[in-house]
Structures are given as C-alpha cells and as structure tokens.
Design a protein around this ligand. Structure first.
Ligand code: LLP
Length: 424
C-alpha cells in the first residue's frame, strides 16, 4: 500500500498535495477530460480478483464477475483477460461480454425475468448455465431449448431464507424477496427440471444479497444449500457445481467486510467438513471486484450558505451517482488538491431538480468554486446505473494502468441522449 493511500483504497493516494490513482494525477485527468469523470485503477481490480484467486487456489472454481456492477467494455476486457467468466442478467449484457472478448462458455445467466429471445440468444452463444429462478421459467426454457434442438444447462437458484444483514433493497435471500425458489419447494422443482426434455440439470445456486460485511450469513446459506444438495442427490439428480452468488461488501465508510481469501478459507473449510470439497464451485462477485477501484471526479460549481444547511453544488449528480438517492448510501468525498483553511460543513449536491439529488450529507470540506472533489468507492453500481435524467449526458471514463490513462468511454453529448427520438 502507498503510504498516503486512502483507507480501503490502496490504489488511491495523495502524493504531495495531489490525489493520484496509481501513477496518474487526478487533477490532470480532470483537466484533460472534464468532469464528471470516472477513473478506475486496473491494478485495484486485479488485486481484488487476486484475493478470490488465492482463496480458490487448488480448487475447481470459476469466478464469474457479476457485470451489472460495472459493465463498461474495457472493465469486462480486464476481467476476461484475467480468466474470469461473467454473471449476466440480460441479453444486452451477453452482447457486451462478446464485444469485450469474453468467453461465452464461462457465462452464467441470472435473473427472474429472462425473455424467450434472451434464452435463444444465450443458447446460441453456448453459455455455461442458466440460473433459473422459478418453475414457470423452467417450463419456458425447456420449450425454447427443445425448439432449438438443444438441452439447456440449468441450475436452480434457491432462496435459503438467510438474513444477509444489509440494506433491504439489496437483500435477496429472504422469504419475502422475488428471487429464487423457496427452500421447501426446491426438491420438487429439481424433480420437475430433471423431467423436462429440454433441460440438463448441472448445478445449484444462491445469492443472498449485496454489501454483506459479515461471514455468518454466508456460512448459514452454505449449510442450507448443502442440505439441499444432499436431498437432491439422494433423489437421483446429480449436482455438478455449486454457485454461491456474490455479495461480499466493501469499505465505504469504515465497514470491515472479511477479505475474499479469508471468507473463502472459512467457506471451503465448511465444504470440506461436509464432504463437498471436490465439487466444482462458481461465484458471482460484482461490487467487491470493482467498487473500490473507482472514483468519480467532480467540480464545485457554487457554494450556497443557508440558515439550516450549507450546500456545495457540484457538477456530478444523482444521474451519475445514484446510490445515495436510492439507498441513502455513503460515499466518501475528498478534495483532489486539499486546501488549507477551516472546513465548513456542507451537503454536497448535484444540479438535478430533486431534493433527492445529494451525494453526501454533512461533510466537512474546505472548498471553493472551481476546485475538484473525488467521490470514492464509485467503481460499482454508479456508471452501470447512470441515467440521462435532466438530459445530462453520461460521464466519461478513464482506466488507469500505472502511468497510462486510457479513455475507455467518451462523454455523452446532449445529441447522443436524444439520437433515437423522433419528432412526429
Ligand atoms: N449475483 C446475483 C444473482 C446478483 O443479483 C448480484 C447483485 C450479484 C451476483 C453481485 O452482487 P455483489 O457482489 O455486487 O454484491 N445496486 C445496488 C446493488 C444491487 C445488487 C444486485 N445484485 C447497490 O448499488 O448497492
């Protein structure tokens, strides 16, 4: 770790009075490409991946990056070149994998609402597995595969009814969620799958939520899944792979999630103890591979002191950084070039016409208009969830590799945002 690295983000560090990502000065990047600008560290992504790879050393395991976290082509390219497969949730994501040079044979397809067209596309591409989420989906997939003269490889997503202890909007493995097949219906659903002519049962999967910072929910889910594997196999249906989903959290604000290798050491010990240690494993990490590899640079437009609150109005907004508005998420905000002076407490907000358009509340900052800030931990679920609300073009993106800065996405123009629209 660089001596002045920011907590939780070893590849983002102050050198003298300037903030750097790897060997690139962020003020210079902002000058060259404008703001808002996402900047990612390739080394940070590969370091995060390496923790999983260490955890799985000597095991039959496939890491399928959950690309919904950040689906920019060059990001996918980095993971594809490092040997990752991909967890996709739409036909569009499949097309991105192919465009980025990913291997369709390492793709798994999750999601509760796959369309027939998406199923056909994925079958034609030869993906590894469909993670099926309901009995109705099994029937449709079997039909579609039969019509294509194929047998679709399937795994059934089970809902282990475990509380991941995270934000309700990103918790997925509880009874009240729309995801997966209820624990108690799993065996019947596997019997149905095994009987359908267009399907080939290959695995089982679960995913209990996102931004999980404790180990216990994973261990509990693991036990419940293994109970099911025992029951399904006792019924004569072999389960070739076990997919534990994603969900490992990152440090946004002093959170202390387990490191991926430490977490997997515990999960693998449990697998071994229960006699499943030689099974093919799959995992679907998203946030933990990219979240702390990215920052979003923004310029202060105006300071607006008020009776109750002071506002620091910046040029990034909820269309670029939707997580605070959607989940009241916390992202650290730091200056690119810290200034001396007594800090003032501000709500950092964007220009969008909504009170929900805030990026950080009650932050102590010493800033002036024209200065720039970095919103940290912005590598996951920011650009991939960005919108054009208020006819704001989406930000540009730069991928840093040592001292090289690659522009991986150009800034969207206003004309780009309405190029598919038609006057009557
Ligand atoms: N697998 C499945 C089936 C998923 O639904 C997800 C995320 C993942 C894997 C990856 O989870 P991760 O490792 O990234 O936690 N937009 C929200 C997060 C939504 C997560 C949706 N599913 C946020 O910004 O916090």
């Amino acid at each position: 770790m660089t001596p002045n690295a920011l907590p939780g983000q070893p590849h983002v560090a102050y050198r003298g009075d300037q903030l750097f990502v790897e060997d690139c000065c962020l003020s210079e990047l902002a000058e060259r490409h404008g703001t808002p600008l996402f900047v990612y560290s390739k080394a940070a992504m590969l370091a995060a991946l390496a923790a999983y790879q260490r955890g799985f050393a000597g095991r039959k395991a496939q890491i399928c990056y959950a690309m919904k976290a950040n689906s920019s082509l060059a990001v996918l390219q980095v993971f594809a070149q490092a040997g990752c497969g991909f967890d996709i949730v739409s036909g569009g994501e499949l097309q991105r994998v192919l465009a980025a040079g990913g291997d369709p044979a390492k793709v798994i397809f999750s999601g509760v609402g796959k369309t027939r067209a998406e199923m056909r596309e994925a079958l034609a591409a030869g993906i590894a597995c469909f993670n099926v989420e309901s009995e109705a989906e099994l029937e449709v997939l079997s039909e579609v595969a039969q019509a294509a003269g194929q047998k679709a490889p399937v795994s059934i997503r089970v809902n282990p009814n475990v509380d991941p202890k995270t934000h309700p909007y990103i918790s997925t493995g509880l009874k009240g969620n729309k995801f997966g097949v209820a624990h108690e219906r799993t065996l019947e659903t596997y019997r149905r799958a095994a009987a359908l002519p267009g399907l080939r049962v290959v695995g089982i999967d679960c995913h209990i939520g996102s931004q999980i910072t404790e180990t216990t929910p994973y261990l509990d889910a693991m036990d419940r899944v293994l109970d099911l594997v025992e029951a399904i196999e006792a019924d004569g249906i072999p389960i070739h792979h076990i997919d534990f989903g994603g969900g490992l959290g990152i440090a946004y604000n002093g959170d202390q999630p387990p490191a991926a290798d430490a977490l997997w050491a515990q999960l693998l010990a449990r697998l071994d103890a229960r006699g499943f240690g030689d099974r093919q494993l799959m995992i679907e990490p998203g946030r933990s591979l990219v979240g702390n590899a990215g920052v979003c640079l923004t310029e202060v437009l105006y300071l607006k002191p008020g009776e109750q609150k002071n506002f620091c109005i910046v040029d990034a907004a909820m269309n670029d950084l939707p997580r605070p508005a959607m989940y009241e998420a916390f992202h650290q905000i730091v200056p690119l070039a810290p200034q001396a002076g007594t800090p003032t407490t501000y709500d950092v907000v964007g220009p969008i016409c909504e009170s929900g358009d805030w990026i950080g509340r009650e932050r102590a900052l010493s800033v002036a208009p024209g200065q720039r800030l970095a919103v940290l931990s912005a590598g996951a679920y920011c650009m991939s969830m960005a919108s054009n609300y208020n006819t704001r073009g989406r930000a540009a993106e730069v991928l840093v590799d040592g001292s090289q800065a690659h522009l991986i996405r150009s800034r969207e123009s206003a004309a780009d945002t309405f190029r598919h629209e038609h006057l009557i």
